[in-house]
Design a protein around this ligand. Sequence first.
Ligand code: AMP
Ligand code: MG
Length: 654
Amino acid sequence: MSAPDMQHSITPKPRDSVEQDQFLTILSREEALARFEAALFPRPMQGEMRPLAGALGHALAEDVIAPIDVPPFDRSNVDGFAVRASDLAQAGETTPVRLSLNNEIIACGIAPALPVAPGTATPIATGGPVPRGADAIVMIEHTQPAGNAAVEIHRAASPGQFISFAGSDIARGEALLRAGSMIGSREIGMLAACGIADVPVVRRPRVAVISTGDELVQPGSPLRPAAIYDTNGAIVAAAINENGGEAMFFGAIPDDEQELEVAMRDALQGCDMLVVSGGTSKGAGDVSHRIIARLGEPGIVAHGIALKPGKPLCLAVCDGKPVVILPGFPTSAMFTLHDMIVPVLRRMAGLPPRTDATVSARIPVRIASELGRTEFVMVSLVEGDDVLIAYPSGKGSGAITSFAQADGFLRIDALADQMPAGMQAEVTLFTPHVRTPDLVIIGSHCTGLDLVTAPLARAGLSVRSISVGSLGGLAAARRGECDLAPIHLFDEASERWNEPFMLAGLELVPGYRRMQGVVFRAGDRRFEGLSAEHAVRAALADPECIMVNRNQGAGTRILIDRLLGTARPEGYWNQPRSHNAVAAAVAQHRADWGVAIAPVADAAGLGFIPLAEEHYDFAVVAARKERPAVQAFLESLTSTETRAALQRAGFRPV
Ligand code: AMP
Ligand code: MG
């Protein structure tokens, strides 16, 4: 490395500018939003005319006054005869009144030529204009033809019957729609009924979206080692389009101050707002917030906000345009976008604030929270005995799947350090309605489970599977929060699987076996062809060899401890919580061996030395066993189709 290069990489800004520029003053969520809004509003709204079909989702820029009456004339609502009600005062089932027919038929779109004189009627279709003289319509069902030119009427009629009067729907001159209304299909219908082809709308704010990070690759391109796919670019753009903006994606820019500045200036020039994600925390490559200071007045209004997730959020206004840097972690980016940016965007788009549906639900487990930060926790809703239960989806701010599996989120106040178990809390829903799943599975997760539930999904039953480990699953089952808990627990005293852990009210249903074994990279001569004991002995004898362990409490850990005895080789303290993590560590050369189940080893293309079979069974809540979805699950478990699928995937059904 040349001297100037070295200088560049080891000499950041003076120490206090690194820390103090950034998070010297942490603002509360409310204060930050208030400052941001004060710097942006009031501002003139930009209007434009759009053709009716292109106005969907926009806010109306001006009141629209109805230019015509709707309907434009008195209109028949049924097929029948236009009559004078006074002619039919005596009409009844046994005393029909005979009227002579006028010589015209009024279809839709035909203007009547002849008046309805006393004692006469004119045939009229639904939608036809009521002729002069007539004041009621008689339905064809209450009449009988009487020769060529007459009709018998079997009912009396009241004046106005089956007529929609001109302007009764929309009256000319009335305010049809108010400025600020969001244009949906119903509003488009009203405008069309009045013949309005061009609509004055608020122009959608054009929002430039930029991702930053050397590690980012766009979906569709292959992943390099150590790279990840750019998730934020896609979700931020989608959320902006969902909330009245028009997203323009500028791609992912490397963590290079100059390159990023060029991109940010370029993006800001053609847009009304700029949303960058990443590069806002204290990391070495985090430069985006430094650029903002040079983009325009007044610059940064808040950097460091008491939100969790979302503390590094940076809010700025540059020459009247909002410029925002979202934290890089996708879930943090999403929460801060929805909580802090969407309200501003909607206001710029002229749209009313979002109204999110909420429900009250019970918290089954204590949720710890950091004092002093407003905390958002995503939850999955399940139906308990007669209350909704909100399970926190505890994957951390880096996990993107928590969004897809969650039904909504709850907010823990900055002043609270926890939400206690058993509390009723308000859950803000991601969708307008709660839809609780037909089958709830809480416990240890396994890819084989997807094969068992596949037929249920095909039959239209929704399944939610929440991974909390075997013991967590048993606790949830005991509290009646799920239908069944998948478990794989070995009791060392009795040397039996699962059965010794059953509690009252639970029934053990046998599932399948999973072969566990030593995994290594295929071709590694230290392991290839050896028995498990020999392989581990060889690994322990090689000081260069690194293992990957499993977490305490995992069934697999018991096996590993037995293999190791008192040995504590390098890598022992690396204790991930899943088979997949063990396989990834070995496949990516972070470790040389570990213990995982065969299907996972297969999928990762690793070598495998069988050790022992693990019993993966189901603790079914007895009181829920008769539910159709539970029955469907149990049927699938024993079906030939599912057993074959399990076998193909490397499991052994029992
Ligand atoms: P940063 O805010 O740049 O320090 O990023 C924090 C974390 O979020 C890092 O793990 C980044 O790799 C990740 N991250 C940043 N931007 C994105 C993105 N656009 N898509 C997915 N992950 C990202
Ligand atoms: Mg970054």
